[in-house]
Design a protein around this ligand. Structure first.
Ligand code: GLU
Length: 513
């Protein structure tokens, strides 16, 4: 067996869709699993669709996900350059090989001639296809004399090189995921290999590079399956028919409803990310938020994406990247479309947040905390993260649902106050404030002991005291253990908040009376 060499070959035409990240991931996993090589190749031969910044975005997205290429632009490797625009001469050379072997021909048809042919076909209710049935009526080296061809090649008008698809054959592809797929050559067109600007088309460049880079497996989205017929013909035409890579076409990623293909517009329509990182396009419609900006951890995104099409065949759902490398196999990729279940993505994120230590979370939260202008120690942030982590789905939520750990309470849950606060207990609560001021060390256990002793003395129940403390300290009934919360906030802050709280609760009561 040849060593596994797989490539992720995006075109830098904009932000990398999350489906592209899944393709990269599966390639990466196969490489890691087999001790093979994961290659990044930038397919930038289509100048008209080139978007500056897109390559940088792709590299950053892979980096964020932890999918580091072994070879690629900026990553080194023996098979470079890895940007197709830097390999132009190679493609021209192989286009010439195709011509020399009689597998391709020069075409001189002008844009007007092609349009006329299209119009004519359309008038008959057909679609024009430059190929077996039409090529002998067109202006090309098959229909012109050798002299005329030579003259035109030397002329200014330009030409393309087209693949001469053979007649009456069947192309059979043994796709690792889709099984045997058959195409009839009579239905295929003579695809352009080299464009009039001297640039190759995707097809030629892709095959030349896969061959020269010794790619063993082509793992890519299902939308490329139809092109594969031409690719197989091209391998044969170049004399590489015996050294073709194995193909594996990945199932589509479907909309959250399960109906239709997930599109980049679905993201903005549903208010969910469908790109790994945010992207600033030229227009607002072309600008997107990312999983990263949404508050996802890369581990969660990877785990989620791994399951969009693949499953381990066991009940296990949580997989680190290393565990995925271990468990992955192409055989366990399904054929049917995988639903983009955003709830599931959130569930994964929650699990990964819970699994992080307070210190790890504190480190991740630090930039957000700084941005908000909060001044807290690492220790405080770490304890705060530990207290809140079971209650958040996204990193950003730490500072939203748990804002009261960093700044004064903004408002009180009035319903609870109305139900629980008895103004006649003001003196008792003032007593509790005093007892709390005398509590040392100010730990959750000691605070709890103080509070219980107070309740016993005053014959008050948990329901009379804890909700009041909770609302005074955080404004809300939802949150971590009230004693942990008090220990974290510290004696001075607790005293301030209880004082302000009790005063406000009494005022509220007066207003209601
Ligand atoms: N450049 C193609 C893309 O943008 C690559 C498809 C393939 O992997 O062959 O997806």
């Amino acid at each position: 067996m040849n060593p596994v060499r797989v490539r992720f070959a995006p075109s830098p035409t904009g932000a990398l869709h999350i489906g592209g990240v899944r393709t990269a991931l599966y390639n990466y996993l196969l490489a890691r699993k087999t001790g093979g090589t994961f290659i990044l190749r930038i397919e930038d031969t289509d100048q008209t669709r080139y978007v500056p910044g897109a390559e940088k975005y792709i590299v950053e997205a892979l980096e964020w996900c932890g999918l580091r290429p072994d070879e690629g632009p900026g990553f080194g490797g023996e098979f470079g350059p890895y940007r197709q625009s830097e390999r132009k001469a190679l493609y021209a050379k192989y286009a010439q090989v195709l011509i020399d072997r009689g597998e391709a021909y020069y075409a001189f048809d002008s844009a007007e001639d092609l349009q006329a042919a299209r119009d004519q076909a359309e008038a008959k209710g057909e679609t024009f296809k430059y190929g077996l049935e039409t090529r002998m009526q067109m202006t090309n080296s098959l229909t012109l004399s050798a002299e005329e061809t030579a003259t035109r090649l030397a002329g200014e008008a330009g030409y393309t090189i087209r693949l001469k698809v053979p007649a009456d054959e069947e192309v059979v592809i043994n796709d690792l995921i889709r099984g045997e797929v058959t195409f009839k050559t009579n239905e295929l067109d003579d695809k352009i290999m080299l464009k009039s600007d001297g640039m190759p088309t995707y097809h030629l460049a892709n095959i030349v590079d896969d061959h020269l880079m010794e790619i063993s497996h082509v793992i890519r989205g299902e939308e490329w399956l139809p092109s594969t017929a031409h690719h197989v013909l091209l391998y044969r035409a170049l004399g590489w028919g015996d050294e073709m890579p194995t193909f594996a076409h990945l199932p589509l990623i479907l909309k959250p409803t399960g109906k239709g293909k997930l599109s980049k517009r679905d993201g903005s329509r549903l208010g969910i990310p469908v790109f790994p990182l945010a992207w600033e396009g030229e227009t607002p419609e072309d600008s997107f938020t990312g999983f990263r900006e949404f508050g996802f951890l890369p581990e969660a995104v990877i785990n989620f994406l791994a399951f969009l099409g693949w499953n381990p065949g066991t009940e296990q759902e949580m997989f680190s990247l290393d565990e995925l490398c271990e468990a992955f196999s192409l055989e366990r990729i399904g054929r049917s479309g995988a639903r983009f279940d955003f709830q599931k993505a959130q569930w994964f994120n929650q699990q990964y947040i819970i699994a992080k230590s307070g210190t790890e979370l504190a480190e991740m939260l630090r930039p957000l905390v700084t941005e908000k202008g909060y001044e807290v120690s690492d220790e405080f942030l770490s304890t705060a993260s530990d207290l809140l982590k079971e209650r958040v789905t996204f990193l950003s939520e730490f500072l939203e649902t748990g804002y009261y750990l960093f700044e004064p309470v903004r408002s009180y849950d009035e319903k609870t106050i109305r139900k629980r606060w008895k103004p006649e207990r003001t003196a008792a609560f003032n007593d509790l404030r005093q007892r709390l001021l005398n509590t040392t060390p100010y730990t959750a256990t000691a605070i709890e002991a103080t509070t219980k002793a107070f309740m016993a003395d005053k014959e008050l129940k948990f329901g009379d005291v804890l909700p009041i403390l909770r609302i005074a300290l955080s404004g809300t009934m939802k949150g971590p253990s009230v004693f942990d919360l008090m220990a974290l906030l510290g004696q001075t802050t607790v005293e301030e908040r209880l004082q302000t709280g009790i005063a406000s609760f009494n005022k509220l009561h007066e207003e209601l009376a």
